[in-house]
Design a protein around this ligand. Structure first.
Ligand SMILES: O=P(O)(O)OC[C@H]1O[C@H](O[C@H]2O[C@H](CO)[C@@H](O)[C@H](O)[C@H]2O)[C@H](O)[C@@H](O)[C@@H]1O
Length: 276
């Protein structure tokens, strides 16, 4: 079958442009996904490291944005603290089920211990049926990773969907070679909206970088605020308006953003402890 140039295939996807840099007077708020965006994927969740150069870049951005930088991740707050060395910036963990504001105030969705145990047990029973699948117990949520056995992804998805009716209040969050069972009702977009209601994010333009399906919620919330949504990688379809090829180019672009901010903004006087 041939297609006229005037009527491109419906599946053809318009290439997205690279994101702009901040203009004079722009007041940005940065929302950054972690795995696949700031960090390259590794075989196992515990295999990733935050290099001192990345920490220093984030710390400088945080300072020059007057604190308006947040990590928005599927990892737990405890996991992010361990990875980044308890950084001073705001963080949404477990897709927004946990939120630590810029002033340190924290909230977390409450789920009973018995319900968590039920979900963990269900995930472990599925994993036993699929050799190579890794269970990551994040307490409120449980992830089933199949990076070591990608062939199981579809069967795993069907098994999780079949179990969901027995796990009221939980939903499936699919991601990069991962399927997560998480309490329903919260997502990264809601976390971004919540952060934008308070200082130092309020009144700033959201700029969201993410790679995964779960980041589509973040892109939607960002677009609603006329912000800048940036997909890292090539996953399609996406609501993002801009793209960067991968984590190294995302870090390079963030460095360019910092260079622009440094030219015109006084550093935010703030203690920058942590993993530097
Ligand atoms: O929202 P994110 O910050 O991108 O977190 C999403 C999930 O990231 C982690 O899993 C992913 O990265 C692992 C390390 O590279 C990789 O082994 C795994 O296959 C990926 O799915 C993390 O382990 C999950 O808890 C996060 O939800």
């Amino acid at each position: 079958m041939s297609f006229s140039p005037a009527f491109p295939r419906m599946s053809a996807i318009t290439p997205l442009p690279a994101p702009p840099l901040p203009g004079t007077g722009d007041r940005w708020a940065l929302f950054l996904d972690v795995d696949g965006t700031l960090l390259e994927f590794a075989d196992r969740p515990d295999d990733v490291r935050v290099e001192p150069e990345l920490y220093a870049l984030l710390a400088e951005l945080y300072a020059h944005l007057e604190g308006a930088l947040a990590l928005v991740s599927g990892r737990s707050l405890a996991g992010l603290d361990a990875l980044f060395g308890a950084p001073p910036w705001a963080m949404a963990g477990l897709h927004g089920l946990q939120l630590r504001h810029a002033d340190g105030e924290q909230r977390e969705t409450r789920i009973s211990a018995s319900r968590r145990a039920l979900v963990l047990h269900a995930a472990e029973s599925i994993a036993r049926e699929h050799p190579g699948v890794l269970v990551e117990n994040k307490s409120l949520a449980v992830a089933l990773h199949c990076r070591a056995a990608p062939v199981h992804y579809e069967a795993l998805r069907e098994a999780v969907l079949a179990l969901l009716p027995g796990l009221p209040g939980y939903e499936l969050q699919a991601g990069n070679l991962v399927l997560e069972l998480k309490p329903a009702g919260m997502d990264k977009g809601k976390a971004v909206t919540e952060l934008l209601e308070r200082a130092p994010f309020a009144g700033r333009l959201p700029v969201y970088l993410g790679d995964d399906l779960t980041d589509e919620h973040g892109f939607a919330a960002t677009n609603l605020e006329n912000g800048i949504s940036v997909r890292v990688g090539e996953r399609e379809p996406t609501l993002a308006q801009y793209t960067l090829p991968g984590p190294s180019s995302a870090q390079a672009w963030l460095q360019r953003v910092l260079n622009v901010l440094k030219q015109g903004v006084e550093p935010y006087a703030h203690a920058l402890g942590g993993n530097a």
